[in-house]
Ligand binder design. Structure first.
Ligand code: G
Ligand code: G
Ligand code: MN
Length: 562
């Protein structure tokens, strides 16, 4: 790191000069100078007396004058040496203080500025640039998954990665830029540019992303970059924005950049801040909504594609929010997962669903979706059983849907969980099959009862021969492995006909209606005489179930006449 402004040199404007030592310095010098003057004065007199003596005119210098002269010479020597000593001490002290100040302003690992020194230096640079009619962007870079990588390669390896990252970023920066490590794996730069021409910064940011995109000991490295231009006013609108204000905006842009599938540098825009605020409000609202019962189950029919008979329902979460309206699970489930309330949220939904489903005909199954995070909870199986016991709901009627993507995270844990759920009589489905690259080995290892073909393949089946092949292959796979199959996304009678030709599947989709709240579901079931009269009559209901098994005609009345 040499030659450019971003290596950390002590700021000349900062720090006091060592005044006390300088005073000692001057005192010693004053003594030497005074003594020299006195040598000149007394020496002149003494020398003239010596001259007179040699010329035979006088007696030579008297004793007093000689002593005074010698004393003054001694004082000159003392004063000068003292001046030299004090001066050397002052220089050493000044250097030490410079070093200390530099260390205080430097991130020792990378040699960049640190969090403490960054804002004042950035403010100075911004002010200087603005005076010349230029400006600067604040650019933040964050290494993806650094904590995980650090755990894997050890903290020495992590340190080396950070130092190397600083070197790589620095190599891309112009000499008038600043670079700081703000802590952890977060780097910030100030990059000057001509106002109205931020392309220079975008190009540098793209190069930063490119240089971070590489392999390191079996890890794919990558980084996100967020940027904010300094060509704007502060929040109050009464002055140009300062470094801390810009840092906040660049952070908002960085948060957004991290969410993208592909690393591209993101410039801050007002809309991002609105989104972030919306997101914060949503987080708070989600926490409050769980005890308030604003999350409610909706139910989607699952039918036998051959006969059209309704076999059960999949519970799909919905949020009736007084602030946000009706919110779908694709919005609130990821947030609930991130803020750590998914378990609590899911339990409250499953509790309600079990209560609802207790009133349905006992032949109807209830499917619930669980998040990969819930599968990591070692108490998940116990919690689910507790809910079943509380609701007096037979485990045989419950089906748990696990998404394919959750298998990769911890196959051993999922395996033992799936086994213990199945031992209780609960059935397990692999949801969204085809989207998550399950291997055959996983399908063999995990005792699933059913696979659900993701609706993207089913919906594309009619126009896309590849999707049709995929669905056909999954059908064969199900046959071969003895797994039941559900097709999602059955939207039309044409699709239904195609699926029927492939085998005997369960299916669900808009052809059978959209997901409905509990009341509407109840009304539908009442219409088809598929409610138990009273939840206390469970035993009666199960005897009805037994009876209906022998009555081949009974399922007829459950059929939806499409
Ligand atoms: O109903 P909708 O299409 O909006 O559902 C979108 C996704 O949300 C589906 O993939 C579904 O599996 C998931 N989902 C719905 N309800 C729940 C739930 O209670 N828990 C979890 N983890 N996912 C759910
Ligand atoms: O991933 P999961 O199977 O849990 O998702 C179920 C979601 O799919 C539900 O939210 C539901 O709203 C949606 N869905 C159900 N049937 C259809 C359909 O026929 N077409 C489309 N596009 N979506 C459907
Ligand atoms: Mn599902």
């Amino acid at each position: 790191m040499s030659g450019s402004a971003k290596i950390n040199r002590p700021n000349p404007d900062q720090g006091a000069q060592p005044k006390r030592s300088a005073r000692g310095d001057l005192l010693a010098l004053a003594i030497a100078v005074t003594a020299t003057c006195m040598v000149a004065a007394t020496g002149g007199e003494a020398l003239s007396q010596v001259w007179y003596k040699f010329s035979g005119i006088g007696l030579g210098p008297n004793q007093l004058l000689t002593n005074a002269l010698l004393l003054n010479i001694a004082l000159v020597i003392f004063g000068w040496r003292r001046y030299e000593d004090v001066h050397a001490e002052v220089v050493a002290r000044r250097n030490a203080e410079d070093l200390a100040r530099q260390m205080e302003q430097t991130d020792t690992l990378t040699g960049c500025l640190n969090r403490h020194s960054f804002a004042p230096r950035a403010d100075q640079l911004l002010a200087a640039l603005r005076e010349r009619g230029e400006t600067a962007a604040l650019v933040m870079l964050d290494i993806h998954d650094f904590k995980h990588i650090n755990d894997k390669i050890g903290s020495d390896g992590g340190d080396r990665l950070l130092a190397d990252t600083a070197r790589r970023i620095e190599a891309l920066l112009p000499p008038d830029a600043l670079l700081a490590r703000l802590g952890g794996d977060e780097f910030a730069c100030v990059i000057p540019y001509i106002a109205g021409h931020p392309e220079r910064v975008t190009h540098i940011a793209e190069a930063m992303i490119a240089t971070m995109d590489r392999k390191l000991e079996n890890h794919r490295l990558s980084a996100s970059v967020g940027m904010a231009n300094g060509d704007r006013q502060n929040r109050m609108g009464n002055a140009p924005i300062d470094a801390n204000g810009l840092l906040h905006l660049a952070e908002v842009a960085l948060l957004h950049a991290k969410k993208l599938d592909r690393p591209v540098p993101v410039w801050f825009e007002e809309s991002l801040e609105t989104e972030l605020r919306y997101r914060c409000e949503m987080e708070i609202a989600i926490r409050d909504a769980i005890p308030l019962g604003e999350f409610v189950p909706y139910y989607e029919k699952q039918v036998d594609l051959a006969s059209g008979e309704v076999l059960g329902f999949e519970m799909l979460a919905r949020w009736h929010s007084p602030t946000f309206g009706l919110v779908g699970p694709d919005v609130f489930i990821p947030i609930a997962e991130e803020i750590g309330v998914i378990g609590e949220l899911s339990e409250s939904l499953i509790r309600q669903a079990l209560r609802d489903a207790r009133e349905w005909d006992p032949r109807l199954t209830l499917s619930v979706n669980v998040s990969p995070l819930q599968l990591r909870d070692p108490w998940f199986a116990q919690k689910l059983l507790k809910l079943l016991v509380e609701a007096q709901f037979p485990p045989q009627r419950l089906e748990v849907e696990i998404t394919e993507t959750s298998l990769h995270q911890n196959i051993a844990v999922v395996q033992s969980l799936v086994t213990s759920l199945r031992n209780q009589g609960i059935t397990i489905s692999l949801d969204d099959f085809g989207t998550g690259y399950s291997s055959f080995a996983q399908l063999r290892k995990l005792p699933f009862d059913r696979i659900k073909i993701d609706r993207s393949f089913v919906l594309a089946m009619q126009d896309d021969p590849d999707s049709r092949t995929i669905v056909e292959t999954i059908a064969l796979l199900g046959k071969g492995l003895g797994l039941n199959i559900t097709a999602e996304g059955v939207e039309s009678t044409e699709l239904l006909a195609q699926l029927q030709s492939l085998g005997s599947f369960k299916g669900q989709g808009y052809l059978y209606g959209k997901p409905q709240p509990a009341e509407a579901t109840r009304a539908f079931l009442a219409e088809h005489d598929m409610l138990v009269p009273n939840t206390d009559e469970l035993s009666l209901a199960s005897s009805r179930q037994e009876a209906s098994k022998t009555d081949a005609k009974a399922p007829q009345e459950w059929r939806r006449t499409a």
